[in-house]
Write a protein that binds this ligand. Structure first.
Ligand SMILES: [Zn+2]
Ligand SMILES: [Zn+2]
Length: 491
């Protein structure tokens, strides 16, 4: 038997800290309130006074895109069009002639011109490499002339592609990645997740209308990754999900779009417009899809951001549950804009709120993006961690990476420092959303999610204690263990 005594640290369990942890064959066997006497057959690992938490789980990522794009061009720091063009030009020069370039996390609102580049500008700096430039929310993109040549079906008239055009363009370039590069993308994503403090991540595979081409490949490779992946066939194809052996279906299959593209579906218009956003499917469509999935014991996850979309999906969940009570834990993914009335219905449907604390950090400031798009009164109804949690809705946190960073310290900091003080949650609740609740979401609460005896010894070692007043810069992720085995060490 492989016995390891982890000592000289603070081990978090249900709000308390212990002094040592005994791991046997990858399983937590004992927690100690004082330093124990190790047996002679025991390997000892000192953790130098650090703070040890159950391995964190990010419950919503797009790891393929994130992994693939980690080798691409990150435009999140761009503040002007000149800046952008310069970066694209330099990046293209560092790549071979024909290599496809993914540029991502572009936010035109952060440029001083407040616009996308023109295609002619992109062509000037990337004449030879096909280039896909994606907006930060993933809901719109641009192609240069060279990339357009590869998708003859596209209508080249509109320079900024949205909706179906956006999906089609991105899909085209993703499916043309060879198998080895697909696996490499997931390995790169796993490395990035470990650095961000995660031992597990949920990841969406495939892109809704089109295919589950990567699902089988990843399903058959799960044991090769350094993190535990929970995989979602991101499609509407129930038969295929069942035949792939999936226990869930969906992910960012879209009930609506995003606030940034004015496609998130609202009950009241966007400020200064009469636009209500877009419901991508009818209520009947979702009710039929959810009830069939529910009948076949598949957990469902759907992307819903605006209140009108959340209500639509929640109602489909509620109807399925009333028709046939089952503990499937369907997911309202993002769940950003919620009125008090809608919150009550969510509590009744038994759905989990799979939310992204960093969204508030980036967009929730007074006078920031959310308030500008939605106005003062709706600013109070965004990312309602505290209210949802108090209503009995299970909160599960993630990053929607590549949209925001895979970074548990950032996520917890954002959740306890919400811009709206009424929606701040306690440090223990924030930790739960990344640990116990995340394990519950994947029906693995008996196996992981805390350092309880009998669960796997997945652990994240931090340099500092997660407390109400911590600063992001004060805490580093130092190590991550999976089943008691070291997967990542910063130093
Ligand atoms: Zn997503
Ligand atoms: Zn989404």
């Amino acid at each position: 038997m492989n016995r390891i005594l982890f000592t000289d640290a603070h081990f978090y369990h249900l709000g308390s800290y212990y002094q040592a942890l005994l791991c046997e064959d990858g399983i937590v066997r004992e927690l100690y309130e004082t330093q124990p006497d190790p047996g002679s057959d025991c390997k000892i690992v000192s953790l130098d006074g650090c703070w040890v938490y159950p391995g964190f789980t990010d419950t919503h990522t797009h790891s393929f895109e994130g992994g693939l794009y980690s080798n691409g061009l990150d435009l999140s720091g761009v503040s002007s069009i000149a800046d952008l063009l310069d970066m694209v030009q330099q990046h293209c020069r560092s790549r071979s002639g024909e290599e496809l370039i993914f540029a991502w996390r572009f936010d035109e609102l952060k440029t001083k011109e407040g616009r996308f580049p023109t295609r002619a500008e992109l062509d000037r700096v990337s004449p030879h490499n096909p280039l896909v430039l994606r907006r930060i929310d993933g809901h719109s993109c641009m192609l240069n002339r060279r990339a357009l040549r590869e998708i003859p079906l596209m209508n080249p008239a509109s320079e900024i592609l949205r909706g179906a055009d956006n999906d089609q363009a991105v899909h085209h370039f993703h499916v043309n990645v060879p198998e080895e590069q697909i696996l490499q993308a997931y390995h790169s994503a796993a490395e990035i997740a470990l650095k961000g403090g995660f031992s597990s991540i949920h990841t969406m595979i495939g892109d809704a209308q089109y295919s589950n081409t990567h699902y089988k490949l990843i399903r058959d490779s799960l044991s090769r990754f350094k993190v535990r992946y929970s995989i979602y066939p991101q499609s509407f194809n129930l038969d295929e999900a069942i035949s792939l052996g999936a226990s869930r279906i969906g992910g960012c299959i879209l009930a609506d779009g995003s606030f940034g593209s004015h496609t998130a579906a609202l009950t009241e218009p966007y400020i200064g417009t009469d636009a209500l956003g877009t419901l991508y499917q009818s209520a009947g469509f979702w009710e039929s899809f959810v009830s069939k999935a529910h009948e076949r014991d598949l957990q469902v996850g759907v992307h819903c951001i605006g209140d009108r979309a959340i209500a639509q999906i929640n109602q489909a969940y509620q109807k399925a549950l009333y028709k046939c009570p089952k503990d499937l834990r369907h997911q309202l993914i993002h769940c950003e804009l919620v009125s008090d009335e809608l919150m009550e219905s969510i509590a009744l449907s038994g759905a989990a709120a799979v939310m992204q604390p960093a969204f508030d950090q980036y967009w929730g400031a007074k006078g920031g993006f959310y308030e500008t798009a939605l106005g003062e009164s709706r600013w109070h109804q965004l990312n309602r961690f505290k209210s949802l949690s108090d209503s009995g809705v299970r909160l599960c946190f993630g990053s929607d990476w590549y949209i925001t960073e895979l970074d548990v310290v950032r996520g917890i900091h954002a959740a306890i420092n919400h811009h709206n003080p009424d929606e701040r949650i306690s440090i223990d609740k924030a930790i739960d959303a990344y640990t116990q609740n995340a394990a519950w979401l994947s029906h693995e609460e008996d196996a992981k999610g805390s350092l309880a005896l009998g669960k796997v010894a997945d652990m994240t070692v931090l340099s500092g204690k997660l407390t109400e007043g911590f600063q992001m810069t004060d805490i580093e992720v130092l190590k991550v263990y999976k089943s008691g085995e070291l997967q990542y060490a910063k130093y």
